[in-house]
Ligand binder design. Structure first.
Ligand SMILES: *Cc1c(COP(=O)(O)O)cnc(C)c1O
Length: 391
């Protein structure tokens, strides 16, 4: 065969729904020579990663570690450990990822009740209470940051409500962690999962999970074995917990990456990091509005890290995204599910939530819209964003 040329992909700015760009310090950490996955030095790094994850998740949960795979593996880990065949599960589904939980829970043998809302909206506690009363499920699942709609599901009070009915609360925080508050203990969340490649500015490959004592009790008392060997937390815990027994070869380089990514989050401080995401979102939103674009999610529930906007009438979705990529090296996301062809998804996650990124993007988008014959007042997007930054 002809050996392909050296790896030399173009430079991109990843402003889609994920992956987002890895922080340069994370990339440097990844060039660190390997340690053995049971080396005492590596075990110390694992312990530090777990401690930092607890801080970022705002939890004291002992069982907190990164699953060796992407966010979907976190979803799978949470669901297959808590669900036994025949268990009743309520899935609050208001977008693409909610519906994935239906699929994963069903495959785990659950009897699933789906609670739905129109895309772009969020759930109130009252209909959830009524459903809990009627169904009495073992588990209720919900997505905090629904990446397909750009809506942020409030979680205050939901854990307490679930516990009134002896239900375990599972939360998808894949697009939330590192961008907006995730308060596992205050919200009484029982199982939660996230990913490395969105708000934590690492490459894809790890899925931080955390289980409350209630959840740990539920999966240690199971009558049946978890049908997945790899994701069975009772087994994985031997590696990530005190006896550090071989379960699978830890992805050393990814653990180095997460170590540095979490250090960056904690150095900045959680409050500062959330404030930075809000500020850059406000500037981007002002700019997008000035260019005539509107959000798919209600004003009250917009995610700062994932800006989902309607594609203006008469604009060719693919042509704009192609121009952004080819002329500017910028990737944004198209719509998923009900929003396919109707929305753009602009991510400002972790390291990418910055004024220079916002101003570059607004300038580039203006050119793309003008190339589509859309009338915009020149410079209006950048000017509106700058008013937010200077205001
Ligand atoms: C990205 C995402 C996932 C899936 O994570 P992968 O890392 O792609 O496996 C799950 N849930 C939500 C809300 C997401 O945005």
């Amino acid at each position: 065969m002809n050996i392909p040329g050296p790896l030399n992909p173009p430079t991109r700015l990843l402003l889609g729904p994920g992956p987002s760009d890895a922080h340069p310090r994370v990339l440097r950490a990844m060039s660190t020579p390997l340690l053995g996955h049971l080396d005492p030095q590596f075990l110390e790094i694992m312990t530090a990663v777990q401690e930092m994850l607890r801080s970022v998740y705002q939890t004291k949960n002992q069982v907190t570690f990164p699953v060796s795979a992407t966010g979907m593996a976190g979803m799978e880990t949470c669901l297959v450990n808590l669900i036994e065949p025949g268990d009743r599960v309520v899935v609050c589904a208001v977008g693409f990822f909610g519906h994935r939980m239906v699929e994963v829970a069903t495959r785990a043998g659950a009897q699933v009740t789906v609670l739905e809302r129109p895309w772009g909206e969020v759930f109130d506690l009252q209909p959830i209470r009524e459903t809990l009363q009627r169904v009495r499920p073992k588990v209720l699942t919900i997505v905090q940051a629904e990446t397909s709609t750009g809506a942020c599901q409030p979680l205050e009070g939901l854990g307490a409500l679930c516990h009134e009915f002896d239900t375990l609360l599972v939360v998808d925080a894949v697009t939330a962690l590192g961008c907006i508050p995730v308060a596992v203990d205050d919200w009484q969340v029982d199982a939660i999962y996230s990913c490395s490649q969105k708000g934590l500015s690492c490459p894809p490959g790890l899925s931080p999970v955390s289980f409350s004592p209630r959840a740990v009790e539920a999966f240690t008392k199971r009558k049946t074995k978890v049908q997945s060997w790899y994701f069975d937390v009772n087994l994985v815990e031997h590696y990530w917990d005190s006896d550090r027994f071989y379960h699978h070869t830890g992805p050393i380089t990814m653990v180095f990456a997460l170590y540095e990514g979490l250090r960056l989050v904690l150095e900045e401080g959680l409050e500062n990091r959330w404030a930075r995401h809000r500020r850059n979102h406000e500037a981007l939103k002002a700019g997008l509005n000035a260019l005539g674009l509107t959000y798919t999610a209600n004003e009250k529930y917009q995610l700062p890290q994932l800006n989902a906007v309607r594609i203006p009438a008469g604009v060719d979705d693919l042509a704009v995204r192609k121009r952004l990529l080819n002329e500017f090296g910028i990737e944004i996301g198209g719509g998923l599910g009900e929003f396919k062809g109707k929305a753009w998804r602009i991510g400002l996650m972790g390291h990418n939530s910055r004024p220079d990124v916002v101003l570059l993007f607004l300038g580039a988008l203006e050119q793309c819209l003008m190339s589509q014959g859309i009338k915009v007042s020149p410079g209006s997007g950048v000017a509106a964003a700058n008013r937010v930054y200077l205001g």
